[in-house]
Ligand binder design. Structure first.
Ligand code: FMN
Length: 413
């Protein structure tokens, strides 16, 4: 009976256990989690989402309060176009986060950073250029470009000395998006080193509409593999979304995927950045508790637990402190939704915004509980303790379960 450990993900001469832990912002896929994946011979991701607040928490900087202080006078203003990020702070925060992770790395695996294009930060190209180049400066092994088409992102780092050496990959949910990316990048003579094909069962934002259930990962992976073959391109394909057991993973490796990207099973590990009480919510979830909705101001559908405290909250937009989703014109769909409710309820002390959420603030505070569709099975991966809570797992345990299990078995701790 084959298992994941019978396969290796190859980058040139380098051989890795073909398990990649996906990026989970904001600091849900912590450096500690990524370091475990690397130590065990696979690939872990950190994320650069809201990297200032990550740096403030971990490295004693105060980037967020500095920004808030600078723009405090703008809080009551509905026009956020003046709220710009300081690019030097952005570079410094990124270097802090990446540098510390790379310094702590042990073992033969790799650490990548997940960069979401949809973090437009009121100046999309300028901020993304800084994020990508600062991560390369700080020695990141690779960059995974996600949440957006990223058609111009490779060009933003083309002058960096590590542009052709670091591993660069993209996440796509269709062959069409992949073909578009490859066409656009042809003039740079720099192919991606890997392609993550993310299906409709993934956590976070989805590259599908609300009709996500009509699609399935195996079909998407087969289409991408066939397309690459027809183009005579030899690029490793990593399957992602809903891969819950070692046997699920082995099936994708057997059909020609070079690796798998997994995330949901690691949300209940001690290295994961979610607070302990939120990990218990993930364990407790039933299938009926999980929904895909349009609450994210990015416009992409997002999967989350219906009990997320951030759903329906009507907090004042916090763009002066955060502002990661402000578009090139200083707009965010949550600001519009919030202002509409304030106008409709001028005397209310507290309002509720039902159609959008202030994603920056709520992700920062772990109040939007995004998860993959398989989260309702997490309770089957552990034991119940005497106090009724579920035993949190170690990342090593989950990683090894993916690597060595067969027959759809899930090893209990
Ligand atoms: C809690 C959570 C947060 C996530 N955040 C991000 C993110 O910030 N960026 C991203 O590209 N993908 C994100 N994802 C998607 C994962 O990286 C991964 O591709 C996907 O969830 C794999 O499917 P699985 O969770 O069923 O294993 C997130 C997933 C989860 C569960």
């Amino acid at each position: 009976m084959k298992r994941v450990d019978d396969f290796r993900l190859r980058f040139g001469k380098q051989e890795l256990v073909p398990i990649m832990i996906g990026g989970m912002g904001v600091d849900i896929s912590t450096a500690e989690l990524a370091l475990e994946a690397a130590r065990l011979g696979g690939i872990g991701h950190i994320s650069d989402a809201m990297v200032h607040t990550v740096s403030d928490t971990r490295f004693d900087t105060n980037f967020v309060s500095q920004k808030l202080k600078k723009y405090k006078a703008n809080i009551a203003n509905t026009d956020k176009s003046s709220v710009q990020f300081c690019l030097d702070s952005l570079a410094e925060a990124t270097r802090n986060h990446v540098g510390a992770a790379m310094e702590a790395k042990r073992g033969d695996g790799l650490i990548f950073i997940n960069c979401m294009e949809k973090l437009t930060m009121n100046a999309p190209a300028d901020t993304l250029r800084v994020r990508l180049n600062a991560a390369l400066d700080a020695g990141i092994d690779g960059i995974t470009l996600s949440a957006g088409l990223h058609l111009g992102s490779f060009a933003l780092m083309a002058d960096h000395p590590r542009f052709r050496h670091a591993r660069l990959g993209i996440i796509v949910s269709s062959t069409r998006a992949l073909a578009l990316f490859l066409r656009k990048n042809a003039r740079l003579d720099r192919l991606p080193d890997y392609i993550v094909v993310e299906g409709p069962l993934a956590g976070g934002h989805l590259g599908f509409g609300l009709d996500w259930a009509k699609f399935d990962l195996a079909t998407l992976v087969a289409e991408v593999l066939a397309y690459l073959e027809s183009e005579h391109l030899d690029i490793p394909v990593i399957a992602a979304g809903g891969i819950f057991t070692g046997s699920d993973a082995t099936a994708f490796l057997d059909m020609g995927a070079a690796g798998v990207q997994v995330a949901t099973r690691f949300t209940v590990t001690k290295e994961c950045g979610l607070p302990d009480k939120v990990k218990q919510e993930y364990f407790k979830a039933s299938e009926a508790d999980i929904e895909v909705n349009l609450l994210s101001p990015t416009g992409y559908p997002m999967r989350m637990l219906k009990g997320s405290p951030g759903i329906g909250a009507g907090i004042r937009p916090n763009c002066e402190a955060y502002g990661y989703l402000l578009d090139a014109n200083g707009k965010c769909a949550y600001i519009d939704a919030y202002n509409r409710e304030v106008e409709l309820h001028p005397t209310a002390k507290k309002i509720s915004v039902k159609d959008k959420t202030c994603l920056c603030t709520h992700m920062r505070n772990f109040d939007i509980w995004t998860c993959g569709q398989t989260a309702y099975r997490l309770k089957d991966t552990t034991r119940r303790l005497d106090d009724g809570s579920y035993q949190v797992l170690s990342a090593e345990h989950v990683f090894h379960d993916y690597q060595f299990s067969t027959d759809q078995n899930i090893a209990l701790p």
